[in-house]
Design a protein around this ligand. Sequence first.
Ligand SMILES: [Zn+2]
Ligand SMILES: [Zn+2]
Length: 305
Amino acid sequence: MVAKSWFDLREIHPGVWSLSEPGHLEEVISYLVLGRDRAVLVDTGMGIGDLRRAVLRLTRLPILVVNTHADFHHCGANHEYQEVAAHAAEVPRIERGWSPEEVAEAMLPHKIWAPLPAGFDPGEYRVEPSSVTRLLAEGDDIELGGRRLRVLETPGHTPGSLCLWDEHNSILFTGDTLSPTAMSAAGSDSDPEQLLESMTRLAQLAGEVARICPGHHQAPLGPDFLAEAAEAVSRVRAGVSRIEPAGEGFVRHRFRRFSLVLPGQVEEPALAVPDTRPPVPKKPAARKKGKTQSGRRPAGHAPSR
Ligand SMILES: [Zn+2]
Ligand SMILES: [Zn+2]
């Protein structure tokens, strides 16, 4: 069976389209932002569907691809475009590409639930290298003609993660720095403290942001997400978040709508919750031996780097 379309295209604001890929577990979302003279394609998805063709249905303007960061599922169709912009720290991975072995896990059957596009062979899946033609840094403006996107450096998830801020239209494109299900500093080049700082920085735009466009799952998010992100950072820093194991050396801090994966360890119990039981009276004969009552850490505490 052949998929009708791998992409779900929606105009979420005049001149701003989301191109989501709901058939894959990652549910990655790219965005097409139209100006008068050219368009920006924020990320290029998995590289499973024909993104170029989907974009051509929406515009014939020249396209500048902007990668929010260089995780492969945001760079899948980069190679189909001449103009690619990214932060310098992300360039080596974008220009090296990803071999079939490196991305084979994305093709596991349980991760794909929509029919694959005709002609796509999961056994051949790879992400081609692409050339970065423009380096982006804090404060740079990308002019589209009647629309401008400002670059905000938001390192942490990766060193060169960036967000794009369309101030005139109050739209914030956040890549994986703000995401509706999980934010992560579990990558080999992630920096957890920087991620928390970047989340805090974005939260300071509350009051100006009307729509948040993340790199996965659901778009757009409302501005209330910024307050929730700020609250999550506060709770992590205060050591009062609910945590559970998230793989070797990492913990997942659970919040109402999303989680935050950071370095740390859950000792016991597996799910740390505040202990509200009244203290058990000590036996009068018990002698102190210089030990604490138990080896447990305060509930919810997670060490940060
Ligand atoms: Zn990512
Ligand atoms: Zn991602």
